[in-house]
Design a protein around this ligand. Sequence first.
Ligand code: GDP
Ligand code: CA
Length: 335
Amino acid sequence: MRIVALAGGIGGARFLRGLKAAVAPGDEITVIGNTGDDIHLYGLKVCPDLDTVMYTLGGGIHEEQGWGRTDETWSIKAEMKEYGVGPEWFGLGDRDFATHLVRSQMLTAGYTLSQVTEALCVRWQPGVRLLPMSDDRVETHVKITDEAGTRAVHFQEYWVRLHAAVDAEAIVPVGADTAKPAPGVLEAIAAADVILFPPSNPVVSIGTILAVPGIREAIASAAAPVVGLSPIIGGAPVRGMADKVLAAVGVETTAEAVAGHYGHRGAATGTSAHDAGRPAGLLDGWLVDTADEAAVPAVEAAGITCRAVPLLMTDVEATASMARAALELAEQVRR
Ligand code: GDP
Ligand code: CA
């Protein structure tokens, strides 16, 4: 079986670890990773979501933190600070730096981000094929208004430095409109037997991947069933501030609203004034947490087959159960 999963950072990576434990030997998992969080720091290209997936699946992640390397030290950052060089608010440890040095060296030598990611994965052996969504530069920016006025800041500045404390007025994946899917991305979607949306951030992780022209269309028209898992439980993100970026795109922070945002794959588009220009829907199936069982009828009324199962990724076994539930639902909705 060929499984394709879109993924952001922590939520995506943890789900993928459970998915790996749930699949049969011989099944192939291709991960399309978000690169809209990428940032250039100290002259280095940092790809936080790709690295979180790579470290989590490769056994190098700082477990409690969910990002960065285990047993990390911070000498380089301290030395940079002595020079007055920041940003102080972004955590890059010594071990992590090595990844960004290798990546940046290879990019400077002319390799593509796909080729670099493949090379980094030779070390980490994540057990999945990890593809960046695009080899082209895409960086998510967030429009905010604060005492400094109305401006756009890099997503990392919004998330890490400002902790999403100010409202996001717009989310713009800068560069996405002219980006091309990375080699293998559209092919993997077309050849997939199952397509999964892990409980990643629907706006700045999955939404950014879908903003690369061609990817949304490929999923909407794929032969494979598409099943998603809600990152929202009981009206709140399990971790992080997804509510802030959902509000920016006018979506309520509920499991059913996120399903509606992705949309029902059979949904006709352009048939009414309201639908005109609206993108095609994407989901055949949607999993909500048991706490949101009351949302099931509303999701199904929208045409998306919905089940309520425990969705807390407390450990690998609990996460593997979620993955099995997603794969079972995929079989039920297979056309
Ligand atoms: P990021 O790039 O590190 O922010 O990671 P993702 O975009 O892949 O995932 C972030 C999302 O994961 C957040 O919106 C969380 O609500 C969600 N999440 C984290 N832990 C869990 C969990 O245990 N269960 C579910 N259902 N969602 C989770
Ligand atoms: Ca991210």
